[in-house]
Design a protein around this ligand. Structure first.
Ligand code: SF4
Length: 367
């Protein structure tokens, strides 16, 4: 009986070491070589992995496959942001966005097809959850963008899990991807440059904190009272603000590093004068910086954008009270790649979904 093939991208380094030992009688050294060929050099043809003996190469090639990314569509914004629609297993479609910033590009990837969290300001939240992506489906978004970026002569320096889905609701798939992204013989990215963003799944935040997976954390707060937060983020019913911020406080950030608090400003709903003052109180004593994200009312979900001057007032107020605050203006709004706009109809033509984060480097001068 022929054995089923294995998708290489679904293995973390330690899982590969274990499999090579068990099935091939090969040492850890072979796992190092394979990781280097695949992730550092982009080589997926065993014939070219010339420092691995011919016999072993032959056996490995019968067992492993390296699925290619399938780009279904790509749109380019006038601001240089690029939105990709990837076809994953079963014909589902997910989005990834290359966000153009002042000095760098950030890649925003999806972790699920749809999302169960139902945040009311987010298009993906209207889709419901279809399924979680495998680690391979996540890494194929990265691989596909790396390949396509050659056409533009650019690359990304940061990756954020802020596309479709709640990353911590796909804990295993996402943390395995993070391990490979940050492994020095994997993609070799610094954990500071890989960010997982959560709507506030407190048990998974604590699990991540204890797991030893080095990664940056962002938390979507988006309100200063439980009443408003529950209205826009139903997850708050289960884990209200107090419990959420206690988990933020306990998250191991390391020296000179902070958890990012994302605050989508919904005009007239969560951006009042009282909210601004309460936010300072909530942030006091926490190892955090705040990203203010002016809501993009193109998303058509019935919320308003805040006034531009008011956004700057918030930033100044937070900074004056010792809370580091940045403004993240939407990018790619013309191609529906901006925050709150990502949402595909999972198998059909793209209807933009929520998304990514915007960015400039946040200062007024750059806005
Ligand atoms: S904002 Fe994030 S967690 Fe909330 S529904 Fe959208 S994708 Fe899901």
């Amino acid at each position: 009986m022929t054995q089923a093939t294995l998708d290489f991208y679904n293995f973390s380094y330690s899982e590969l070491v274990e499999l090579l030992d068990k099935e091939f009688g090969a040492t850890k050294f072979r796992a190092n070589q394979m990781f280097e060929w695949v992730y550092r050099k982009g080589v997926t043809d065993f014939e070219q992995m010339t420092n691995i003996g011919r016999d072993l190469r032959e056996r490995l090639s019968q067992r492993f496959v390296f699925p290619k990314a399938r780009i279904h569509d790509r749109q380019i914004s006038t601001d240089g942001t690029r939105k990709y629609l990837f076809e994953v297993e079963g014909g589902d479609l997910v989005e990834a966005v290359m966000i153009k910033q002042l000095k760098r590009m950030t890649l925003c990837v999806s972790s699920q097809v749809g999302c169960a969290m139902a945040c009311s300001f987010c298009r993906t939240g209207t889709m419901g959850l279809k399924r979680s992506l495998s680690t391979s489906e996540i890494l194929r978004q990265v691989n596909g963008v790396i390949e396509d970026a050659k056409n533009f002569g650019d690359s990304f320096s940061n990756i954020v899990f802020m596309g479709m889905g709640e990353p911590l609701h796909n804990y295993d798939g996402v943390t395995r991807a993070v391990r490979n992204l940050t492994n020095s013989i994997g993609y070799g990215m610094s954990p500071r440059k890989v960010t997982v963003s959560t709507s506030g799944l407190v048990p998974q935040m604590r699990k991540l904190a204890e797991s030893g997976v080095a990664v940056s954390l962002a938390v979507s707060l988006n309100a200063t009272t439980d009443e408003t937060r529950t209205e826009v983020m139903p997850v708050n019913k289960r884990w209200p603000i107090k419990e959420l911020l206690a988990a933020v406080k306990d998250f191991p950030v390391g020296p000179r590093k902070k958890v990012t608090i994302e605050y989508v400003m919904l005009g007239g709903l969560n951006d009042t004068d009282a909210d601004m003052k309460r936010l300072v109180g909530l942030m006091r004593g926490l190892p955090v910086k705040v990203n203010l994200i002016p809501y993009n009312d193109n998303a058509g979900l019935g919320f308003n954008s805040p006034a531009r001057d008011w956004v700057f007032t918030w930033q100044r107020y937070l900074n004056d009270h010792g809370i580091q605050a940045f403004i993240r203006w939407s990018k790619g709004a013309d191609i529906a790649a901006a925050c709150g706009q990502l949402a595909t109809d999972s198998r059909k033509e793209p209807r933009p979904s929520r998304l990514p984060v915007l960015q400039e480097d946040g200062q007024q001068a750059a806005a």
